[in-house]
Design a protein around this ligand. Structure first.
Ligand code: UT7
Length: 361
């Protein structure tokens, strides 16, 4: 029997911070509102592209696994902020890493992307199609935000994380999952011009998020709770058997409502959204990496992950950690330095929108 063991992990958070107080300089909001309604205190803003964040996270994950990049069979790059659509950003990452033997694809299931990618790649390893893979989540959502839309712009941050998966005969890795998408909810979270619409209709681009927070909130709690319950039932486990819960980091109130619905012990839940906000598809692997670094992942631990995102996509999965919790090696790679603050980077992004994009909403 083959398993898809997690043998390496690494994350990359850009250094520039944007606090709630900073955001008050560019929009009509308050520190109190953001903290009370979301639990977010600060977030990171990237001065580099998604592939650059992914590169650093991946080098760290490969060093942790003690695996050379050219031994990787597949790169699954989950993102909603691809540097390029054609060719895909996974192949850009391939070149940066020297992963010459890897098949490369991008996957967009919004904030649920990592859950989808992890499950698909794990199944390919378990069936023997491939022997190893890099599963990456990377996002630079700050450059996509319309900073005139206070209900959405305050929620997101930038960052990346990567896991190395390798075939193993030791029982570990992904063992139960469920993925889905609620039909007819596409308009609840959408960026209509972030595709061919405007070009096909000969209109200027208007990249703006249409966002119905309350509706997304309700759907998110229900679907994540249902998905978690189903994967637990299918694996014959109870929530008491789960050692750690790593939910998508969208909003502290969503996580609390989910915990209440599942009757989960808050001590088992990993939270990073206070410091990194919602990093979309990267949020779960970033939180997992942090939990490992903090010693919260024990050998053989059972871990439950769950997410939701635009679509509305949703998913949950259960995995069993292997024996090793210490990295085999470390990479010295770092992002190029910047002395810009998060606020300076956001002001640059706002100027760019005004100069380049049609921006009258
Ligand atoms: O990962 C996938 C993406 N994430 C999500 O989809 C997140 C899901 N939704 C949420 O997290 C929450 O719904 C939000 C944090 C977005 C909003 O919280 P809420 O408690 O649902 O607030 P609301 O949208 O019902 O708005 C309440 C009030 C409104 O004012 P009125 O109409 O009551 O006067 C908003 O205009 O809060 C106002 N408001 C703000 N006020 C200050 C909305 N955004 C802000 C803001 N600062 N940034």
């Amino acid at each position: 029997m083959l398993y898809a063991q997690i043998t390496g992990w690494g994350r990359c958070l850009p250094p520039a911070r944007l606090t709630n107080r900073d955001i008050m300089e560019v929009m009509d909001t308050s520190e109190e509102w953001i903290l009370e309604r979301t639990g977010i205190e600060t977030r990171r803003i990237s001065h580099v592209m998604s592939a650059d964040l992914a590169h650093v996270a991946s080098e760290r994950a490969l060093a942790c696994a003690g695996v050379q990049a050219d031994k990787i069979d597949m790169i699954a790059f989950a993102t909603t902020t691809a540097d390029e659509i054609v060719p895909n950003t996974a192949s850009l990452l391939q070149g940066k890493l020297g992963a010459t033997g890897a098949a490369c694809f991008d996957l967009n299931a919004a904030c649920t992307g990592f859950i989808y990618a992890f499950q698909m790649v794990s199944d390919m390893i378990r069936t023997g199609t491939i022997k190893s893979a890099l599963v990456v989540g990377s996002e630079r959502l700050s450059s996509l935000m319309n900073w005139k839309r206070r209900e959405s712009a305050i929620l997101f941050g930038d960052g990346a994380a990567a896991l190395v998966l390798q075939a193993s005969t030791q029982e570990s890795g992904f063992f139960q999952g469920k993925m889905g998408c609620i039909e007819n909810t596409r308009e609840l979270l959408a960026i209509p011009d972030y595709g061919l619409h405007a070009i096909a209709q000969h209109r200027p681009l208007d990249i703006t998020i249409d966002f119905h927070g309350r509706e997304i909130f309700k759907n998110a709690v229900n679907e994540m709770a249902n998905a978690c319950t189903e994967v637990l039932e299918r694996s014959g486990l109870d929530l008491k058997d789960v050692d750690l819960i790593v939910p998508h980091q969208a909003n502290a109130r969503i996580v609390e409502a989910l915990a209440k619905k599942l009757n989960a012990d808050p001590e088992k839940i990993v939270i990073t959204l206070d410091r990194y906000a919602n990093t979309s598809t990267s949020s779960i692997p970033i939180a997992l990496c942090e939990a490992i670094e903090q010693g919260r992942v024990r050998p053989g631990a059972t871990i439950l992950m769950t997410a939701f995102g635009a679509g509305l996509t949703w998913g949950a999965l259960l995995l069993k950690w292997g024996e090793r919790i210490a990295p085999l090696g470390e990479s010295s790679i770092e992002l190029p330095a910047t002395d810009k603050t998060g606020l300076e980077l956001i002001k640059e992004a706002i100027r760019l929108r005004e100069n380049v994009w049609h921006d009258n909403k």
